[in-house]
Design a protein around this ligand. Structure first.
Ligand code: BGC
Length: 715
């Protein structure tokens, strides 16, 4: 390869402008392009591959990239919603549907999974994440990788996955997208990096760098991340792509003076391919000629890129025949989307058994709200290719399910979720008064979350809280179904509704799933993958916090309204709480209600002492003591009481989705190896330490069924 051909491989071009314009055709012929993104017209993609393969000197096929984040034409719930299923197999299936639909267009590389830990619901991209927990994100992210890539990347219908954004992007200050992150190395290694290491272990083909600045060195120029951790420690042999123009942005960050220096920093840090930017194309050659960059650096990058092209089988099969794959939106795709939506819905409240509604014992239902019948708004962020025509809206599904038996009255009431007009609220009240129950479809439209869509106030936007209060005043049962791209602060409305179903942006089949849950065809079974704060000022709030030297407890909390006039400074609880919010969230991580009642009993541990390198069996009995069959997500948490660095008050170490019939019970077993209890200590090495542990099994991060054990040192 000539130097120009090598540098060509390191260049990814935005090809969204339709048929390869002359200039792009010329670049392809000259071997100056290694990858394109954002063209999903199979005819055009095949033509670009043809030029690359037949008309360039070396005939190297193209990587064809696209953000296939949660489905392609058939849209699955947003990733945060998928995380609420706690179901790795189903998530794998969703990614595999997305891969084969995308592959019909010639796409062979997706920029997913996004596995940035996020403890801040203001951040718009929490929607694309798998939530706040490193273990859950690791398990589910790896499942997505397996779904996209299948067992063999060279098979048709599989596409290369990309672990992004490496690393720390989710810690953007104040949840403002692209803002600076400062993460101490110990926290980086214990919280933010494990999902990426799990992605490497699952065989992910590529990594994308983050836009963000990490401790003063933007990720796209960060050799500690890209060389020391990713290549040296984890032995990753795939390719690293920058984020969109993030090489040139090194200058805007203030790390470099110009594009040439940005190319130098990025390539030496270990960025193999530049996404949509021309710093590499314009400057790498002269950097090598001047001896600033070693040719071996470029050779290694090109090898990383070609390796993925070989693994994809592109040299044998560069072209796409869409008819060789199942049709878009086939029954299997829709069924997978529906199952994911169904299992993602989290019931947050159900006072007096308000849900499920029974079509047999009512005559009418009011369906009110801006998100009841809005095909695009249930799809969420990153739906470049999502087909709104496929969407089954809740309104449509409720009609289909019970429209023959009861009167279904619909009113949109607000033009968008952000509307401030209350003009239609009188009519909403009238309809509510005339029906037996009201289902309000509230939340955020698709556009309010996702990249560059952060919010400082994460309550229900517009006049929605007012709508809730007006409808509430009718005295009718009020059910809120909330569609949103993030946890919301629901403190405002939580006591004004009888039940809440939190449905995220549920995707194409969201309506059917919601209708089935509302009318009791299925029990809700999702559990929260992220903590719901009472108010925004509690953020960051997450379950696996540290204990502090002054941990709060119910008897130390004082509320601002209860402070005596002229109280002296030291009269309060002197623990870690807010005077106006206490210290607990509105809904904790792992929480979610069911139509049945589950009881946890009789926790057992195989031994109360194990040695380093040994495993421990932990089990508890789960009983369905309610009236309906349902799934429960059984969760295992541990606390390492003393460590060489302080340890979280709880950490998720296992989970399992279990289905039980009414009256049925089962013993649920987990195996904990001491490696599962390892953490990165003061020396930045990962190891388990001897000492005392608590372990809990239960239905949320507040589980209280506890046992204790010790790890003893080898003598
Ligand atoms: C996002 C990436 C995405 C890329 C390509 C960027 O703005 O940060 O996540 O993959 O665009 O669309």
């Amino acid at each position: 390869m000539t130097l120009a051909e090598k540098i060509g491989q390191m260049r990814q071009i935005n090809a969204s402008d339709g048929y390869p314009p002359d200039w792009l055709g010329d670049e392809l012929r000259a071997g100056r392009v290694g990858s394109i993104l954002n063209n999903v017209d199979v005819g055009m993609v095949n033509e670009m591959q043809r030029i690359a393969v037949e008309e360039s000197r070396l005939g190297i096929p193209l990587l064809v990239g696209r953000d296939v984040i949660h489905g392609f034409k058939t849209v699955m719930p947003i990733p945060l919603g998928q995380a609420a299923t706690w179901n790795p197999d189903l998530i794998r299936d969703g990614a595999s549907v997305a891969a084969r639909e995308a592959a019909t267009t010639g796409v062979n590389w997706t920029f997913a999974p996004m596995i940035d830990i996020s403890r801040d619901a203001r951040w718009g991209r929490i929607a694309e994440s798998l939530g706040e927990d490193a273990y859950l994100t690791s398990e589910l992210g790896a499942a997505m990788v397996r779904g996209f890539q299948g067992d063999d990347l060279s098979e048709s219908g599989t596409i290369a996955a990309c672990a992004k954004h490496f690393a720390g992007y989710g810690a953007a200050e104040s949840g403002r997208d692209y803002a600076t992150t400062n993460i101490p190395e110990n926290e980086l290694r214990n919280v933010y990096l494990p999902p990426f290491q799990a992605a490497v272990d699952s065989g992910v083909s590529s990594f994308m760098t983050s836009f963000s600045d990490l401790d003063g060195v933007p990720a796209t120029g960060n050799a500690f991340l890209l060389r020391q951790v990713l290549r040296d420690e984890w032995a990753f042999d795939g390719l690293v792509v920058s984020d969109w123009d993030s090489v040139r942005q090194l200058q805007i960050h203030g790390l470099t003076e110009n594009d040439r220096e940005s190319a130098f920093e990025a390539v030496t840090a270990g960025v193999d391919m530049e996404m949509h930017g021309d710093a590499y194309a314009n400057h790498l050659e002269s950097l090598i000629e001047d001896g600033r960059v070693d040719i071996a650096t470029v050779d290694a990058s090109v090898a990383n890129i070609l390796r993925i092209k070989f693994r994809l089988g592109l040299f044998e099969n560069p072209f796409t025949d869409p008819d060789s794959l199942p049709p878009i939106g086939d029954p299997e795709a829709l069924e997978t989307a529906e199952q994911l939506a169904l299992q993602s819905v989290v019931m947050l409240r159900n006072e007096g058994g308000a849900l499920p509604l029974s079509a047999e014992s009512m005559n009418s239902v009011a369906v009110i709200g801006p998100l009841a019948d809005a095909p695009i708004e249930q799809l969420g962020t990153w739906i470049f290719d999502g087909d709104r025509e496929l969407s089954i809206t809740p309104m449509h599904a409720i009609h289909t399910l019970v429209g023959h038996d009861i009167d279904v009255r619909y009113l949109r009431a607000m033009e968008t979720s952000r509307s401030h007009s209350t003009e239609a609220f009188d009519e909403a009240v009238e309809i509510a008064s005339e029906t037996d129950a009201v289902v309000l479809f509230l939340g955020e439209e698709s556009i309010l979350s996702g990249e560059a869509h952060s919010r400082a106030d994460i309550s229900l936007p517009g006049a929605q809280a007012e709508l809730v209060r007006r409808v509430r005043a009718t005295g009718k049962p009020v059910i809120a179904v909330i569609l949103a791209g993030r946890p919301l602060t629901l403190t405002d409305i939580v006591d004004d509704v009888d039940a809440i179903l939190f449905a995220w942006h549920p995707g194409t089949m969201g309506g059917s799933a919601i209708a089935d849950i509302l009318f009791g065809r299925q029990s809700p079974s999702g559990k929260l993958p992220a903590t719901f704060p009472r108010m925004v000022g509690q953020i960051p709030i997450y379950y696996n916090q540290k204990n502090t030297g002054k941990p709060p407890s119910p008897d130390t909390v004082v509320h601002i309204d209860d402070i005596d006039a002229h109280a002296p400074q030291l009269s309060l609880g002197m623990t870690a709480f807010h005077l106006d919010a206490g210290y607990t969230p509105l809904f904790p991580f792992g929480f979610g209600l069911s139509y049945t009642r589950f009881e946890y009993r009789d926790i057992e541990i195989g031994s109360d002492e194990i040695r380093l390198g040994e495993s421990l069996l932990v089990s508890a009995e789960l009983a369905n003591v309610g009236d309906v069959a349902a799934d429960e997500i059984v969760q295992l948490y541990v606390r390492d009481l003393v460590g060489s660095v302080t340890r979280p008050v709880r950490e998720l170490k296992g989970f399992r989705r279990v289905r039980l019939e009414p009256g049925e019970s089962a013993r649920i077993e987990f195996t904990l190896h001491t490696d599962d209890l390892a953490f990165v200590g003061r020396d930045m090495q990962r190891s388990a330490e001897p000492g005392e542990f608590h372990v809990w099994i239960g239905g949320s991060s507040e589980a209280d069924l506890q046992a204790n054990f010790r790890i003893v040192a080898d003598d």
